[in-house]
Design a protein around this ligand. Sequence first.
Ligand SMILES: *Cc1c(COP(=O)(O)O)cnc(C)c1O
Length: 301
Amino acid sequence: MRNRLGIEIPLLEQLQDEQFSNQEIELWIARLDAVHPLISGNKYYKLAYYLDYALKYSAPQIISFGGAYSNHLHALAFAAKHLGIKSVGYIRGEQPKTLSATLFNCIENGMELRFLSRAAYRNQNNWALQNFKNEEGSVIIPEGGYGNWGSKGAEMIYDDVNGSNYSHIICACGTGTTIAGILNKSKVEQVITGISVLKGYYNLMQDILKLTTNTTDKKPNILQHYHFGGYAKYNEQLITFMNDWYIRFNIPSDFVYTGKLFFALNDLLKTGYFPKGSKVLCIHSGGLQGNRSLLPGKLIF
Ligand SMILES: *Cc1c(COP(=O)(O)O)cnc(C)c1O
């Protein structure tokens, strides 16, 4: 079956383990990592409305922002090429001597790369407004696809994974756009939990609620202590956990988002966060291409 984006409906996989069955908890994984080899995970969903708009108004180009291993730019370059739209990626930091594998793929897919100093990058919205006067009609996607269009796209994840079948849904949070989409679709009684991968991003809840259309004042549970030192930071404990998780369930993860998500999930299962009888859905949001920034051999998958 294919969804409205033309991609395969993600696989829902139930994890079988004595630990969960003893606790009378059902645990399901939405394998968004497996929906497409290049536009894996949540990114195509978050891009969908921006891409629709660019097509509808024949925008000359789509512009966005990201780091050297950005899953977002990686997905955007491929999707834009597929639809015949030019894409431009503003990259944080000066141009390195050798490009990352991710940026190399972006170029292969026709994305024009422009490197921005870190100071200009930090100020990207003001900067973009001043500099894009000559690029009229361009569609500008904020970093990570944050915004109402992004969360509206993420709402489709809930439908594709039959989100209403679960008592609990848990996912990783960067900008919070994905969880906002899920929250918007969720029923009052469903518990939605987000694992923040950024350190000290205390406005995350507020930024999620800015994208909320749910009229029930419903809030997600945001857990802030599984970031392993901050965005894209990791240690041996995380890497060992990711390898063990792969051996245990045959599910690969990435060290920036989903490794931390599964670590948190495992911890929450152990500490009784999910009551007996829970039906838990964990969203594997993809991101595996980013593991190419690790030294070869660290991960066994
Ligand atoms: C981008 C990304 C996220 C974060 O999504 P947000 O909508 O920004 O919260 C989570 N997981 C993976 C693998 C990602 O690439």
